[in-house]
Design a protein around this ligand. Structure first.
Ligand code: SF4
Length: 63
């Protein structure tokens, strides 16, 4: 799995960080998403998919 987060789309809602804190974080200054682990291990895939599904800005994609 490869994780991509579009910082242009992100509105800083932070729900991805709640779903998968090992994979996503937010920039301190403005809350925009940071991908901590672009190739997360299998046990995190479900949490990443959930994060992508609930992101209000549809900023997260997985391939
Ligand atoms: S859930 Fe979406 S909008 Fe919210 S911080 Fe994460 S990527 Fe950004």
């Amino acid at each position: 799995m490869r994780v991509h987060a579009d910082q242009e789309k992100c509105c800083g809602a932070g729900s991805c960080v709640l779903s998968a804190p090992d994979v996503f974080d937010q920039r301190e200054e403005d809350g925009i998403v940071i991908v901590l682990d672009a190739q997360p291990p299998a046990e995190l895939h479900e949490a990443v998919r959930e994060a992508a599904a609930i992101c209000p800005a549809a900023a997260i994609s997985v391939s």
